[in-house]
Design a protein around this ligand. Structure first.
Ligand SMILES: C[S@@+](CC[C@H](N)C(=O)[O-])C[C@H]1O[C@@H](n2cnc3c(N)ncnc32)[C@H](O)[C@@H]1O
Length: 237
């Protein structure tokens, strides 16, 4: 298996692998109206921490999708152990295996930056109901960067692009979202650090090279603390 950042998160089974973790998720969702009739897609669900929270807290109908089979297996295990009726689906954000107008909410927690936004954003719009809402917590470029810095960030994280706030807005607008609210998240280096999470589901065998990836992630999050920000995007029509 390739020593990539995402494979590292999958092998360690990091739950809440987005800036701000579950606490930020709780805060964002507390502003929304959700109940047992609400259909939610957790795109790039990882090990399913957020899906499990939403299902338990709001009794919503939750679908958890990921393209990483290790992540999806770990999510299934979590849902089973918690006795939660959550649908799991293998698939990619760029080609969602759902009918048009299916969901009331889509959550993308540190996922869309890893996708080709020109394809994933229109897919979100397509599978959301006309009054549906996309909530995305995503990595955002705060300052200009040199070519070398950009390459180091794109290569290490495997993100397809490193957009600033305006570029995110443009992509969501192009996809058909007209109302776009953005809130910046204050990040401290220790929030970037994924190992502050206490929610792990470790694979049986992890090559030592993957431990180095955590170290490099921590190093880069300090080195690029003024460049790498995070935004919460609330997009609707
Ligand atoms: C940083 S992790 C975040 C996981 C989860 N949302 C969380 O907050 O814990 C990114 C997740 O997005 C998934 N992912 C990345 N690109 C994807 C794509 N194009 N389609 C579906 N899933 C994707 C990865 O497999 C991984 O589980």
């Amino acid at each position: 298996m390739e020593s990539t950042y995402l494979n590292c998160l999958a092998l360690f089974g990091v739950g809440g692998a987005h800036p701000g973790g579950l606490n930020l998720t709780r805060r964002i969702l507390s502003r929304e109206k959700m109940d047992a009739s609400t259909k939610v897609l957790d795109v790039g669900c990882g090990t399913g921490q957020t899906s499990a929270f939403i299902s338990k807290q709001y009794q919503c109908h939750v679908t958890a999708l990921d393209y990483n089979k290790i992540m999806l297996e770990k999510a299934k295990k979590r849902f089973h152990s918690m006795n939660l009726q959550i649908e799991t689906q293998y698939g990619t954000a760029e080609n969602l295996p759902f009918e048009n107008d299916t969901f009331d909410f889509i959550l993308s927690e540190s996922v869309t930056a890893f996708t080709d936004v020109s394809k994933s954003a229109p897919e979100y719009k397509r599978v959301l109901k006309p009054d549906g809402v996309l909530l995305a917590i995503e990595m955002m470029r705060e300052t200009d960067v040199s070519e070398k810095q950009m390459k180091e960030i794109l290569d290490f994280y495997g993100v397809k692009q490193l957009l600033n706030e305006q570029e995110w807005r443009t992509n969501f607008k192009k996809a058909g979202f007209e109302q776009i609210e953005v809130e910046k998240v204050e990040l401290r280096p220790d929030i970037h650090k994924v190992d502050v999470s206490n929610d792990y589901s470790l694979s049986k065998q992890i090559d030592p090279s993957f431990y180095k990836i955590f170290e490099k992630h921590h190093h880069l999050s300090i080195l690029y603390k003024d460049i790498l920000g995070c935004g919460i995007f609330r997009c609707s029509v």
